[in-house]
Design a protein around this ligand. Structure first.
Ligand code: GH3
Ligand code: MG
Ligand code: MG
Length: 375
């Protein structure tokens, strides 16, 4: 066996803003909109990219790798901040058919709503009492919870210096009033399309194309995150390395196409076994997989891995080069308490050492650290 060198909805109802005396609308000839009901809702679940992977593909043929994450609504949420009630109403009317719209009449309110609801895009007025739009943008960009949200300034300030200031602060666009509704709608739509495409690319970069499960980069990220989480709350973390037995000879006998199909079957069998929220199955390399089981006890994790091994053997994929006549896997695992032992690279190394034992003991078995024999 090749020993590789180890590396390292909510749904809330937010109160609408009071409509105060309207200044003259700066948006041109449209008739003044009627006052809408003073309520609007948002629905958004903030998630890290690797948690959204199954949705990235927009298809259902994959098993839910992260089952808890299938509920993200596909609609976009806009946050519009403007101290002019008529402007707010006007923009809300432009967008409310296509997006969920949140409105804020002050900069402070905009900051709170942005952090709480994680809108996809913020449309920001510059001249507002209290915090100016520039200051709001500066604070949004300084806050890790909101710095990724794109900002478009829509303002009456039309000098080149003002535009430069806005763009320097990190806004993606700077539009001056008066604005045509059609132009504003098109700009926002184009930005949201671009953002979605960027997100998709980022998400695809974390997927293994053959098996459609998370790849090693996704595993490294998840392991760092879960390690930190378990360390903070004094919980155990279990990790297992899985390696297909005699896979070289399988490829030699049945061809690479059949080998690829077998890899997909093994991946799906592992995903089926590890389906608690937070569990992660990743393709680690060639014919090696990793099962990450945060919060899992030693016994629980070992039991799950034994079941997975049985399940893969029961797939009964013929393998004439194996002592068992069918395709099997060897698994090595470890359970650590991150607040007192180890590190992410070490957990991988220690699981790999157990895998090595499983291979040496005859393959098709599970070895856990401190086990005297494998099963
Ligand atoms: P052991 O039981 O000791 O693990 O033996 P092994 O033959 O499985 O291990 P070895 O590391 O010698 O061979 C791994 C094989 O996995 C070699 C390679 O052809 C195959 N492999 C790696 N990636 C892919 C892939 O994407 N598709 C296919 N079909 N085969 C792959
Ligand atoms: Mg291998
Ligand atoms: Mg192998």
């Amino acid at each position: 066996m090749e020993r590789k060198k180890l590396p390292a909805g909510i749904r809330t109802f937010a109160k609408g803003r009071g409509i105060r005396t309207a200044p003259p609308s700066s948006f041109g000839e449209r008739p003044l909109p009627r006052l809408p009901s003073e309520r609007h809702f948002v629905s958004q679940i903030p998630q890290s990219p690797w948690q959204r992977l199954p949705l990235a593909l927009g298809k259902r043929r994959m098993l839910p790798i992260f089952p808890s994450t299938f509920s993200k609504p596909r609609g976009h949420t806009l946050l519009i901040a403007d101290d002019g009630p008529v402007n707010l109403l006007f923009m809300r009317e432009i967008f409310q058919r296509d997006y969920q719209v949140l409105t804020a009449a002050t900069g402070e309110e905009a900051l709170c709503l942005a952090e709480e609801h994680q809108p996809d895009l913020i449309i920001l007025d510059v001249l507002m009492p209290g915090l100016s739009g520039y200051e709001v943008c500066r604070r949004l960009k300084a806050n890790p919870a909101t710095q990724h949200i794109p900002v478009i300034f829509v303002t009456a300030l039309e000098s080149a210096e003002d535009e430069e200031t806005g763009l320097e602060l990190g806004a993606v666009d700077y539009l001056t009033k008066p604005l045509r509704a059609g132009i504003l709608r098109a700009r926002v739509r184009n930005f949201l399309t671009m953002i979605r495409q960027q997100e998709l690319l980022q998400e695809l970069a974390l997927l293994d194309p053959l098996t459609e499960i998370p790849n090693r980069r996704a595993l490294d990220r998840a392991l760092e995150q879960e390690w930190g989480r378990c360390q903070r709350i004094h919980e155990p973390l279990s990790l297992a390395m899985v390696d297909i037995d005699h896979f070289k000879s399988f490829n030699d006998t049945y061809g690479h196409g059949t080998g690829d199909r077998a890899l997909r079957q093994v991946a799906q069998a592992l995903v089926t076994a590890a389906k608690r929220p937070g569990d992660l199955v990743a393709r680690y390399g060639g014919e090696e997989f990793v099962i990450l089981l945060p919060h899992a006890s030693r016994n629980g994790a070992r039991k799950l891995c034994r079941a997975a091994r049985h399940h893969i053997k029961a797939l009964a994929i013929p393998h004439q080069g194996s002592d068992f006549g069918v395709l099997t896997v060897s698994i090595g695992g470890v359970t650590l308490w991150p607040h007192r032992d180890g590190s992410p690279p070490e957990v991988l190394q220690r699981a790999d050492a157990q895998l090595y034992r499983a291979k040496n003991a005859g393959r098709n078995r599970v070895f856990w650290e401190k086990d005297t024999g494998g099963l």
